[in-house]
Write a protein that binds this ligand. Structure first.
Ligand SMILES: O=c1ccn([C@@H]2O[C@H](COP(=O)(O)OP(=O)(O)O[C@H]3O[C@H](CO)[C@@H](O)[C@H](O)[C@H]3O)[C@@H](O)[C@H]2O)c(=O)[nH]1
Ligand SMILES: [Mn+2]
Length: 966
């Protein structure tokens, strides 16, 4: 038995055998990492469950059998023979002709042939141990033959690059860090795994390099497709005509008051002015719509093709960390999450560059096990998809499986019963039957290996309930370690010969929760993942998916990355894909597809500064999420054709972030120095390829072909420390960094903040839907969803994120679009009044009706006519379905007279009385619901107070008509 104190102080990470409160825990073995060389540690990462948090000690629980199986894994060297000392490498040390170990430098730095070759090939013969250059007579010591083939590269001075290493042996101290933000400087050595060409060589080598680069530049990867000029000009003309008409009408209205019923006149004029105003806000941002297309062949040519800088044709694409959020197993079935995870793992992206992080806010063992099962199944599923080009790569949709195997069959429940019975039996033997009843048997939730689940228990207990549990990290699939893809054989149940069987990294994360801390819902969960992933994989790009949105198009990741890697891509903060839904009734009765928003408004915004961020299906640039400003370059041409006023403004070359911002970086980001150190690297890796020596913020070809570092235990332990609930105390997380807190529609604000910093975003409608999700189809749930969004909008209007206060950097039309989103719920007030007017007139005085209705009639007629024409043109340029467009209009009236009005009410309640509004998680339909009772859900009408108003309107109008008729 090792007591905790024994290992304390020697390391911030230790694996413990003694889990308190676990009887007869024979499965677990003591492991003190201090006795284990670095290179071994990573092997324990996959087998260990890391827990910790605010006042929990960080621990790694490890199982015997895991060690055994890991040791048996064929691409991990056994304990015999020394291993390479290069951080992250676990290859055997180079051997000489006689098979004995050989060390290429007198400093005795042990190195494997691959790392040695890398040090030579990348052109820098820096000795890794003593930092002196290696001698050039390397052929003598390297046993590998293939080095000879690359001699031309080694010998080519033009390709010399500097390989820099972050000294990982240095203790990870979190204090006394002076932050040197070389983020946007050009002469920097970026961390391990990223060779950086030295610039400004005296003999003009850099110029030579760019000659070489030009030869592989095959034109743009992405293109903007303009909408047909005839359609667009008629659209614009119509908008102008309509605006003029409305202005004239209003003027006439104001000049000619109806003396008989001045109240009626006043009310209707106010309503009409508002409608005109909101109509204008809605219309203006739609004047410059665009479409986009991606050329994946060009991407491949630039990033995955043989060239002198990339002699093996390895992928030079940047990494992507995918975040999946889930929070409640009742409303979000674990099977749904597993399917989403599998679709991500099977996406067509280089495995060594892809990681998937699952955030489980419920801390549920069920989700944990589901992720583990998914990881297990991925071994078969991912190569299978690759071999047979399966689409979509979500097993459930693919096989159209009809039931949820997890339903009513919770492994943990069965296991609990077994464990409890065991304890009862033991006690019976010792102290007879009677007293057993009074015994206090722990109601823990047990894991399959006999340990307690550190998260939420089936029978909640202190420190083990929703909202109160330790943090948990478990690496379910370890990152690919080899630079060579591992090809499968046909020993499996399916023949995987020549199919790559390496898998992306998969990590289960449940952040720590305590009742004393606000967890900030999804935004909080995303920020925890943002930090943990920075430490564990630090991909420069992040894709955010809700658990119910899966990858429907395996090329989607590459398509998104194309925009980031194209010229000018360094100024893009995110690429948003449309939300597309499955399981919606064919007639789309309640406009669930939201086509007008996704195909008209968002496309139009894309032509200004960019679409909004809508919570899921979005590819982010990590540094944009960190709250940095975009780089501003004066030599940009041709990339800003979309900007309305943009051309003139962007001439100043400012280095971002500002100097005074830099000094406070550690405080803003919290005290993990690993996290802070990772920022520069993420920025550099996210830049597009250099195409001209004078252009800054671009990276050299081949900088990302080196394999990434392997994870070790202390890294995961560091990741545990950044997901504790106290980490964000006194930092700017949620204020200026990461997903923004305090709003029920955190997504809109998070995107808005980026646009406010002058970042641009891109909207990409792929031919085959990139992602697909679910949406509630019955009226009640639909109205609640609308209520959720509308309340969020009202809330933003009354916050400092109001678009009226936007910085001058934000494009005017973009600002108008955000303003439109913020005020649209208010239209409901005027709409309701306007709808009630005719009925009221009928009830009171028929003469008034006549004078009122003639003018209103003209007004409504023209509005309707122009709207119809505009709609037809919109349909022509966005290609949406006529019927769906009509549904949208219909539902706008339903939502507009109900949810929107309640939203205004709730929003004002919050602003004036400070009463907080909370929304429940949206229930996701299970496959059962969808398959067995197709769309019966559609007709379910549950009573909701939201419907009071539309019903009142209908009744008043009916009564009005009745009084006239009878
Ligand atoms: O405490 C929480 C609450 C929610 N979630 C996750 O957040 C996602 C979105 O929640 P959901 O209830 O499905 O929201 P929707 O009603 O679908 O909301 C839409 O609008 C929200 C606010 O604008 C966005 O956050 C969502 O991404 C977007 O899909 C889900 O994956 C949840 O698991 C958490 O991780 N932790
Ligand atoms: Mn959702």
């Amino acid at each position: 038995m090792a007591s905790d104190s024994e290992s304390e102080g020697t390391s911030n990470y230790h694996a413990s055998a003694d889990l308190p409160g676990i009887p007869e825990n024979k499965h677990l073995k003591i492991l003190l990492d201090t006795t284990i060389p670095d290179s071994f540690k990573d092997r324990y990462v996959v087998g260990s469950l890391f827990t910790g948090g605010h006042d929990f000690k960080t621990r790694a629980y490890l199982k015997d059998k895991v060690i055994d199986s890991e040791m048996g894994h064929n691409h991990i060297a056994g304990p015999e023979g020394s291993l390479c000392w290069v951080p992250g490498c676990d290859e055997k040390v180079m051997s000489d002709d006689q098979g004995g170990e050989c060390v290429p430098c007198q400093c005795d730095f042990k190195i494997c042939s691959d790392c040695f070759r890398d040090a030579m090939v990348t052109g820098d013969r820096l000795r890794l141990g003593c930092k002196e250059p290696y001698e050039v007579h390397h052929e003598a010591v390297v046993a590998h033959d293939d080095l000879q083939e690359e001699d031309h590269v080694v010998g080519n001075p033009k390709l010399e690059r500097r390989l820099s290493l972050i000294d990982s042996t240095e203790p990870k101290s979190m204090k006394n860090q002076t932050f040197d933000l070389t983020l946007f400087k050009t002469k920097v050595n970026y961390g391990y795994g990223n060779a950086m060409r030295t610039k400004n060589n005296s003999d003009g080598e850099a110029g030579g390099d760019f000659e070489l680069l030009k030869s592989i530049q095959s034109g743009p990867i992405t293109r903007k497709l303009n909408i047909s000029a005839t359609i667009l000009s008629s659209y614009r003309l119509l908008v102008i005509v309509r605006t003029c008409f409305l202005a004239l009408f209003l003027a006439w209205r104001i000049i000619n008051p109806n003396e008989d019923a001045i109240w009626l006149w006043g009310v209707s004029v106010v309503c009409e002015i508002w409608f005109t105003f909101s109509c204008l806000l809605d219309q203006l941002p739609k004047l410059f719509p665009i479409n986009r297309s991606v050329n994946l062949d060009a991407l491949k040519e630039k990033f995955e093709t043989l060239n002198p800088s990339n002699p093996e044709g390895k992928s030079d694409l940047p990494g992507i960390d995918v975040f999946v959020s889930t929070a409640d197993t009742e409303k979000e079935p674990a099977l749904l999450t597993s399917n989403t995870i599998l679709s991500i793992l099977a996406a067509d992206y280089p495995v060594e560059k892809l990681s998937c992080y699952v955030s489980d806010d419920g801390g549920s063992l069920l989700v944990f096990e589901a992720v583990a099962e998914a990881a297990n199944f991925a071994n078969l599923w991912v190569p299978f998809c690759q071999k047979h080009d399966v689409e979509p790569r979500n097993p459930e949709t693919c096989f159209n499986q009809k039931r949820d195997p997890y339903k009513n069959k919770r492994r943990s429940s069965a296991f609990n019963a077994q464990e409890v019975m065991k304890v009862v039996r033991q006690w019976r033997e010792i102290i007879g039957d009677e007293s057993v009843k009074t015994l206090n048997i722990p109601k823990a939730t047990w894991m399959a290996d006999g340990s307690h689940w550190p998260g939420t228990w089936n029978v909640p207990a202190p420190r083990h309930s929703k909202g109160d549990h330790a943090s948990v990290i478990r690496v379910m699939l370890r990152p690919g370690s080899d630079d060579e893809p591992i090809k499968g054989g046909d020993s499996n149940s399916i023949d995987l010969t020549d199919v790559e069987i390496n898998l992306p990294m998969l990590v289960y994360i449940s952040r720590e929760k305590q009742p004393s801390h606000d967890h900030n819902k999804k935004a909080g969960a995303m920020n925890a993942l943002l930090r943990a992933s920075a430490i564990m994989s630090n991909a420069p790009f992040i894709i955010n998916l809700d658990c119910d949105h899966y990858v429907y198009n395996s090329q989607a990741f590459k398509e998104g990355i194309s925009f980031m890697m194209d010229r000018g891509g360094d100024r893009i903060c995110y690429v948003q894909f449309p939300q597309r839904f499955e399981g919606i009734d064919p007639s789309d009765r309640y406009a669930n597809h939201n086509t007008v928003f996704f195909d008209v408004n968002m496309r139009a915004l894309d032509g200004i500064q960019g679409p909004m961020y809508i919570g899921t299906g979005c590819l982010f640039r990590r540094t944009a999420l960190y709250g940095f400003d975009p780089p501003r370059l004066k030599e940009r041409t041709g990339c800003c054709s979309c900007c309305f006023f943009g051309h003139l403004k962007n001439t100043a070359t400012k280095v971002a972030p500002k100097q005074d911002q830099l000094l406070h970086i550690p405080k803003k980001f919290g005290n993990s120095s690993t996290l802070i150190d990772s920022i520069q690297l993420a920025a550099f890796q996210g830049w597009p390829l250099a195409y001209h020596p004078s252009v800054k913020n671009e990276r050299p070809v081949g900088a990302l072909i080196t394999p990434r570092e392997l994870l070790d235990g202390s890294t995961v332990a560091e990741a545990i420390s950044v997901i504790s609930c106290s980490y964000e105390d006194k930092t700017e997380w949620g204020q200026r960094i990461g997903w923004i807190y305090g709003s029920i529609t955190e997504d809109v604000i998070t995107g808005y903040r980026m646009h406010n910093r002058e970042w641009k975003s891109v909207y990409h409608v792929t031919k085959r839907d990139a992602f697909r999700g679910t949406a509630p189809i019955n009226l009640t749930d639909r109205l609640h969803l609308v209520l959720h969004w509308a309340t969020g909008s009202v809330e933003i209007l009354f916050s400092r994120n109001n678009a009226l206060f936007a910085s001058p950097r934000m494009k005017l039309l973009e600002r108008i679009a955000y303003l439109n989103i913020e005020i649209y719920p208010f239209t409901s007030i005027f709409l309701i009044v306007y709808c009630l007017l005719p009925a009221l007139c009928l009830l009171f005085d028929q003469f008034i009706v006549q004078s009122f209705s003639i003018t209103s009639f003209i007004y409504l007629l023209v509005i309707t006519l122009t709207t119809c024409l505009l709609t037809i043109l919109e349909i022509k340029w966005s290609g949406i379905d006529m019927e769906q467009r009509w549904r949208n209009e219909q539902f706008w009236l339903i939502g507009g007279t109900s949810s929107h009005f309640v939203a205004v009410f709730l929003g004002l309640l919050k602003v004036i009385a400070g009463i907080d509004i909370s929304f429940n998680l949206t229930s996701k339909p299970t496959s059962d619901d969808a398959a067995v009772n197709k769309f019966t859900d559609l007709y379910i009408i549950k009573w909701t107070s939201v419907m009071i108003l539309p019903i009142t309107i209908i009744l008043t109008n009916l009564v009005g008509i009745a009084t006239v008729v009878f």
